[in-house]
Design a protein around this ligand. Structure first.
Ligand code: FAD
Ligand code: NAD
Length: 466
């Protein structure tokens, strides 16, 4: 029987990063993945394919809506070749997951394909083409998550679909009904909107992206409506019924009136749930909470002291970079180090266009905690860079402590916000004040000048270009 210092179950961004860090620290490491390709949700059916389709559909939208104004004439009709678009996405996925194979080899990590199940706290059975058993002094559970649904919805994976199917449709929906105005619904909704579908988003809460700062929800709502999205907030979906090629969704609005939405596809994007099927956690003494998450302490250690859990299968934001930080954290903890993660500084991004990005506290959280704060805001449209690329929507908002000027939260919506948020994370990790950021040179012309201007506005209400 092969024996390891560490076995990692699940090869998503949490698991494969944990395995690499364990190997870097000199531990004999194995990784177990039930699917044929490594990389988990993120690389196979999540972050990477969704961004590939967002990029392709963005190019198409630019070609039909903006090229002419830029002075680029395309003779003849611009057409979508969905088959090629999906094939390119798959090529990106294949190349990226293949890259993880390479990283495993480079770090001499043993890869096992098959379902990993605990026999006890130090033995794991792997059921693949054959069934084998390995021994591990420590195990890291990184089994991730799966799409969740509503009890009355039958996902048929053809017309009533989750994100996984939405990433490989063979036709452009005529009318895509999206249940859930969160990250997946808006990102994938925008892909098909750009390709020509009518898109209706039905959201239970009173605003889309309801966990983000309310200012961002409001601006994104406005921009998406300009892009001809139909957005129905405060709607409670009651039934989803498939009739032939039609999907009929019934929902109650705020007044309790029943509305009927008829489309040809319905994307159910109401969140994801932790995945532990087949793991036999109980055999190792690992407790699972009522919400289905693996229970962990502050060291991400489960109720079995040699077993840790990370990523989507434990509490916290279901984000690839959160899972990665936790993978490194646990590897270093097993190696006897004392790592740290500041969960307040894990950024959140929505890759619509304009992009939405946030880090730290929202205004609502600061108000609830009764923190005295000040706000500095700057509109993207006042930047030369925004006018050059015609990306005028959005703003950067900096929230700083009224007394100390320390930055407590940064919320932005605009072109390339996903990349710009890194500056805010660095500033906040170093506990910068708004004035610190306002006194740093930002290259001109860039979108990041909005961060400097918002910092100036927060410091002393002295933005320069407005
Ligand atoms: P996962 O990536 O889910 O990996 C778990 C792996 O474990 C899977 O491969 C599974 O097959 C395997 N497994 C499970 N049980 C067993 C077992 N018993 N034995 C063997 N293997 C097992 N996050 C971002 O940060 N940015 C984004 O842009 C982003 N976009 C997304 C887009 C979509 C459409 C979706 C669905 C998700 C997106 N996410 C994004 C979320 C991101 O994918 C997850 O947060 C991330 O993948 C979690 O990583 P993980 O390692 O915890 O688990
Ligand atoms: P989400 O939590 O982002 O959004 C779900 C939305 O559905 C929420 O707005 C919620 O209020 C709404 N909702 C819940 N029940 C409803 C109901 N009965 N009727 C109507 N609306 C309802 O979840 P998601 O979009 O499914 O994404 C799942 C996870 O994947 C998220 O945790 C997210 O972090 C991650 N993800 C991240 C990215 C990214 O980082 N860019 C992209 C995609 C997914």
């Amino acid at each position: 029987m092969n024996s390891y210092d560490v076995a990692v179950i699940g090869s998503g961004p949490g698991g494969y990063v944990a395995a690499i860090r364990c190997a870097q620290l000199g531990m004999k490491t194995a990784i177990i993945e039930k699917y044929a390709t490594l990389g988990g949700t993120c690389l196979n059916v999540g972050c990477i394919p969704s961004k590939a389709l967002l990029d392709s559909s963005h190019h198409y939208e630019d070609a039909i809506k903006h090229f002419e104004e830029h002075g680029i004439d395309i003779p003849g009709e611009v057409k979508v070749n969905l088959k090629q678009m999906i094939a390119r996405k798959q090529a990106v996925v294949d190349q990226t997951t293949g890259g993880i194979d390479f990283l495993m080899k480079k770090n001499t990590i043993d890869v096992y394909q098959g379902l990993g199940s605990f026999k006890d706290a130090t033995h794991i059975t792997i059921s693949g083409t054959e069934t084998i058993e390995i021994e591990a002094k420590n195990t890291i559970i990184a089994t991730g998550s799966k799409p969740s649904s509503l009890p009355f919805i039958a996902i048929d994976k053809e017309r009533v679909i989750t994100s996984t199917e939405a990433l490989k449709l063979t036709e452009i929906p005529k009318h895509l009904i999206v249940i859930g105005g969160g990250v997946i619904g808006l990102e994938l909704g925008q892909v098909y909107k750009r390709l020509g579908a009518e898109v209706t988003v039905i959201e239970y809460m009173d605003r889309i992206i309801p966990t983000m700062d309310a200012g961002l929800s409001k601006e994104l709502n406005k921009v998406l409506k300009k892009q001809k999205f139909k957005i129905e907030t405060s709607h409670k979906v009651k039934s989803v019924e498939r009739k032939g090629n039609e999907v009929i969704v019934k929902a109650d609005n705020k007044k309790g009136e029943e509305l009927t939405f008829t489309g040809d596809y319905c994307l159910v994007s109401v969140g994801r749930k932790p995945y532990t099927d087949g793991l036999h956690a109980e055999a190792a003494g690992v407790k699972i909470t009522e919400r289905g998450q693996i229970e962990v302490n502050a060291h991400l250690q489960t109720s079995a002291k040699n077993i840790y859990a990370i990523g989507d299968v434990v509490k916290g934001a279901m984000l690839a970079h959160k899972a990665e930080e936790e993978g490194v954290f646990v590897a270093e903890t097993i190696a006897g180090q004392k790592p740290h993660i500041d969960y307040n500084l894990i950024p959140g991004v929505v890759y619509t266009w304009p992009e939405v990005a946030s880090v730290g506290k929202t205004e609502e959280q600061l108000q609830e905690a009764k923190v005295d704060y000040k706000v500095g805001s700057f509109p993207m449209r006042a930047l030369g860079r925004s006018r050059a690329s015609m990306d005028l929507d959005g703003f950067v908002k900096i929230l700083a402590d009224k007394t100390t000027d320390e930055i407590l939260g940064v919320h932005m919506i605009g072109a390339r916000a996903a990349d710009m948020i890194a500056e805010a994370v660095v500033a906040m990790e170093f506990r910068a004040s708004a004035e610190d950021v306002s006194r740093m040179s930002h290259a001109h012309p860039t979108f990041t000048e909005a961060i400097k201007e918002a910092a100036l506005a927060a410091t002393d209400n002295r933005a320069l270009h407005i």
